[in-house]
Structures are given as structure tokens and as C-alpha cells.
Design a protein around this ligand. Structure first.
Ligand code: SAM
Length: 326
């Protein structure tokens, strides 16, 4: 196996798979004001179709997959998909991004099926604010999901907080303090603009977040650098956990991009923040060979743009993040 690399010599070894566009929460930063038109169910890839795509991708050099959505745990039988992907030889890391609402009921089964780790979205520790951001009153279930994931042995459990000015930025220090007293790994994310979204006026830069967090102590970089994603990790002195920062806007991380995205309706997307997509579903349903499928995957890799253009106000209009997986 020679591995995949794009036209800018970036190695591509990671596939993010959205298994559904359905979600049991409706976060203000994710769902456009106009709402979302759901995909017809028969356009959503079956687990077998996802397995066929991952097998072909793995033979080309993909070795890490992340399952996302929508909310992946609202799709029935998710552990069955994890089990199927875990049996593909070259895949050595399967992770999940979830809002955590249903996680408590699934954590043991997911771990047993082959899931290694999980990222949970948690934007606030206050019940009323949780409802204002997500549209529902389910903070307790999310906290129970995080606890269950940890006791199931999913490791690490990372918490993603989209930091929004005037919405939850007053909780930065609360989250930071939790990383000192508990083994919490919190990643603070700059809100990205979405077409029809509400985040434009809520931007908080990572530099601003860091300044505020330093009231809790010095942020010491974690060395050697951890993870293979866009986050940069730090630790307060004596802290049990870590803080990470994800800066899609103020300091884009496209030069280290190692990923492709598969939408729930079978489109391979070279970049989260560009409209370009290559359809795999129709060719699959018309009986394409494994060699043909691999050519399409290679074509998607070749079409990866050098970088996104959010800073030039180029916001993708086609799909909300709930369809692409964030
Ligand atoms: N339902 C799952 C969840 O809540 O984690 C998975 C899907 S969600 C679209 C995946 C990630 O996208 C979440 O961690 C969320 O923080 C991130 N996300 C969605 N919209 C965003 C935005 N406008 N800016 C920054 N991050 C965003």
C-alpha cells in the first residue's frame, strides 16, 4: 500500500463519515435559521454501502474513521456499523462525535464493538442555557453519557465547546477550571459561519479565549504535540486534564488537513468548507467495481483545495454542518 496524498503532498489517511442528517438537538450554531430539509431515507447509505466504501478507502491508505452526523446515535444499530468497520484490516482507529444525549445507553456496546474514543459536544454547564442553545432540556443525559463513556473505557473522551460571544463565553473559566480539577479534555472551538446561520455576530477568537483562560494559570503547551487533528493542546500547571483550541477562522489549519468526508447520502467531500462533492452512492447502486470506487476516491483526494476561504467571506451555501458532519 502506498497511501493517498493530494496535489499539495498532504497525506490523506482519515475519513469522517456522516451516518445520518437527523439530530435530536437543534443547536443554534449548526442549524440554519430557515431549518433543515431532511434527506429522504432511501437516499441515505446503508451500513453495507458504507462498509464497501470504507473497505475501498482502507485499501488505498485510509486508516482512521470518525462516525458523525447529524447525531449518529439516532441511527438504529450504530454498534453494528462500528463492528463491521472494526473488521476491516487497515482501519486501526474508529472514533465517534456525538451530542451525548443517547450515549449512556450505548457506551458499553460501542466499546465492545470496536469504538476507541468519543468527542462529545458540550457548550454549557447550565441547564437553561443548554436549552437555549440546543432547543431541548437534556444536559443531565449528556453528562450521564460522558460519565458512561469514561467508565466503558472509551479513551480519551474529549468535550467540544463552540464558544459564542454573549451566549456561553462567560463559561470559559468554568470549563477551564474543570480541566484542572477533573480529567476533562475540553476543546474550545471558534464558531464558523454557516449559510443562514446565527454565529456571525458571536465570533470569539482563540487569542481572546486564551487571554481570559490565563486568569486560571499559565497555559503550558502539551509536548510532544498530541492528536492528529486541528487542535493545539495545553495544560494548566497541575491540571488533570487538557485544553485544546480549534481555530478554523483566526489561524486556519488547512495545510495539515488529512481528511475526506462522506455525507449520509453518499457524496465524498474533499473539504468541509467547499461545495465540491463526488457522488459514490449512484455508482455503488449501479454495481461499480472496487477498482472503480477507488478511482472516485482518488479523484476526490486530487480535488482537495489548498485551503478554505472563510476569511474572505466565502461561506458554503449548499449544506449545513448537520449534513456534512462538522
Ligand atoms: N451531533 C454530533 C455532535 O453534536 O457532536 C455530531 C455532529 S456536529 C455537526 C459535529 C461538530 O460540529 C460538533 O462538535 C460541533 O461543535 C461542530 N460544529 C457544528 N457547527 C459549528 C459551527 N458553526 N462552528 C463550529 N463548530 C461547529
Amino acid at each position: 500500500m502506498t497511501g493517498l496524498s493530494d496535489s499539495f503532498q498532504r497525506p490523506i489517511d482519515y475519513l469522517r463519515i456522516s451516518v445520518t442528517d437527523r439530530c435530536n438537538l437543534h443547536c443554534t450554531y449548526c442549524v440554519p435559521r430557515t431549518g433543515i430539509k431532511l434527506m429522504p431515507r432511501d437516499t441515505i447509505l446503508t451500513y453495507e454501502e458504507i462498509g464497501t466504501i470504507v473497505q475501498a478507502a482502507a485499501e488505498l491508505g485510509i486508516n482512521k474513521v470518525r462516525i458523525t452526523g447529524g447525531e449518529p446515535l439516532v441511527r438504529l444499530g450504530l454498534p453494528q456499523l462500528i463492528r463491521m468497520l472494526a473488521q476491516i484490516d487497515a482501519i486501526d482507529d474508529i472514533s465517534l462525535t456525538s451530542n451525548g444525549v443517547l450515549l449512556a445507553g450505548y457506551a458499553d456496546e460501542l466499546k465492545e464493538a470496536g469504538l476507541r474514543r468519543v468527542n462529545v459536544s458540550l457548550d454549557t454547564l447550565k441547564p437553561d442555557k443548554f436549552k437555549a442553545i440546543t432547543g431541548d432540556n437534556r444536559l443531565e443525559e449528556v453528562l450521564a453519557g460522558i460519565a458512561a463513556a469514561r467508565s466503558a473505557g472509551l479513551n480519551p473522551v474529549k468535550l467540544n465547546m463552540v464558544v459564542m460571544a454573549g451566549v456561553n463565553d462567560d463559561e470559559l473559566l468554568d470549563f477551564g477550571a474543570r480541566t484542572i480539577s477533573h480529567e476533562w479534555h475540553v476543546r474550545f472551538i471558534e464558531p464558523m459561519p454557516v449559510a443562514g446561520g446565527r454565529t456571525a455576530s458571536q465570533f470569539v477568537s482563540v487569542n481572546d479565549m486564551k487571554k481570559r483562560l490565563q486568569q486560571l494559570g499559565e497555559l503550558v503547551p502539551c509536548l510532544p504535540s498530541v492528536g492528529n487533528g486541528p487542535a493545539k493542546y495545553f495544560r494548566f500547571p497541575q491540571a488533570k486534564g487538557t485544553v485544546g483550541f480549534i481555530t478554523p477562522i483566526s489561524e486556519h489549519f488547512c495545510f495539515g488537513c488529512n481528511r475526506l468526508r462522506l455525507t449520509a447520502d453518499g457524496k465524498l467531500r474533499p473539504c468541509l468548507l467547499a461545495e465540491d462533492e463526488i457522488d459514490l452512492k449512484q455508482p455503488l447502486r449501479s454495481g461499480i467495481s472496487s477498482a472503480g470506487l477507488k478511482k472516485l476516491i482518488e479523484a476526490a483526494v486530487a480535488r482537495k483545495p489548498l485551503r478554505h476561504r472563510l476569511a474572505d467571506s466565502s461561506v458554503p451555501k449548499g449544506r449545513p454542518f448537520s449534513q456534512v458532519g462538522g
